[in-house]
Design a protein around this ligand. Structure first.
Ligand code: ATP
Length: 243
């Protein structure tokens, strides 16, 4: 990973750039700022020039499409493990594609895929991490949900050091997963945001299910205990909130 490395001062979005060209397996696209950073479902990812980490990794795993749901947890957990070493605050994995620090969003992932003949031919792994933003950098509408390493930890971080650690960790975890098709779901579960709390699942902003978050299933789905029974929630375009 990173043998082919592209650096942009400014770009619309690193995921869009990854899709514009046919980059080789392991290519990394990094931008100091994005003018149209993307979240899921065309939501925006706000990118502050020079303050965060915004990059996309192109991977060509050529493995069965059934494993697709594991990838967002795999990359999420790799980044989580790195950030955990840099912070004293309470860091958690928010299923399926965010990382929270002290109850606010510090990192998000946007994973896009191409499937051919039942096999994953390409993964576009977009990562956005808030590193050195101050409170004033966040606009009113996301102040309540977003934070940065600097805000929570009270110091400035080396983006380069964190970035290199993350690439290394992702490479290690990805290669292991490709080889053994194994992901330590239990370890991810231990670090889940709102574990053992009452949550609700939203689809297009509307609640569709409430229950107690009791854990993660082997296939990466969430397990919720509702008043009636045990329910599994699969990655779609769903969001989780606590009540
Ligand atoms: P949720 O599940 O909480 O609804 P999501 O995972 O669906 O979130 P995404 O679509 O992945 O959210 O990310 C986009 C959202 O993240 C935006 O709607 C905004 O609320 C928030 N956001 C945008 N930029 C940032 C940022 N730099 N830091 C933290 N949060 C951000």
């Amino acid at each position: 990973i990173g043998k082919k490395y592209l650096y942009f001062e400014e770009i619309d979005s690193t995921n869009i750039q990854a899709k514009r060209e046919n980059y080789e397996d392991g290519a990394v696209i990094f931008a100091e700022s994005q003018t149209a950073g993307k979240g899921r479902k065309n939501r925006k990812w706000i990118s502050h020039k020079g303050l965060g980490l915004y990059f996309t990794i192109v991977l060509k795993p050529e493995i069965e499409v059934n494993y697709l749901s594991h990838f967002s947890l795999l990359f999420n957990y790799s980044v989580f493990k790195v950030l955990r070493n840099y912070v004293n605050g309470k860091i958690k994995i928010k299923w399926p594609n965010d990382i929270y620090l002290n109850g606010k969003k510090i990192a998000g992932f946007l994973i896009e895929s191409s499937i051919e003949n039942n096999s994953i031919s390409k993964l576009i792994v977009g990562v956005g991490i808030n590193v050195n933003q101050s409170i004033k950098d966040f606009e009113e509408d996301i102040k309540e949900v977003a934070t940065s390493l600097k805000i929570e930890e009270g110091k400035t971080f080396s983006r380069k050091e964190i970035f290199l650690d993350i690439l290394q960790q992702i490479e290690k975890d990805y290669l292991k997963f490709i080889k053994e098709n194994y992901l330590d779901i239990k370890k991810i579960e231990e670090n889940l945001l709102w574990l053992n709390q009452d949550v609700m699942i939203l689809e297009d902003g509307k609640p569709i299910l409430s229950g107690k978050l009791i854990g993660l299933n082997e296939d990466g789905s969430l397990m919720l205990r509702t008043d009636e029974d045990l329910r599994f929630v699969y990655v779609g375009d769903l969001s989780i909130r606590n009540k």
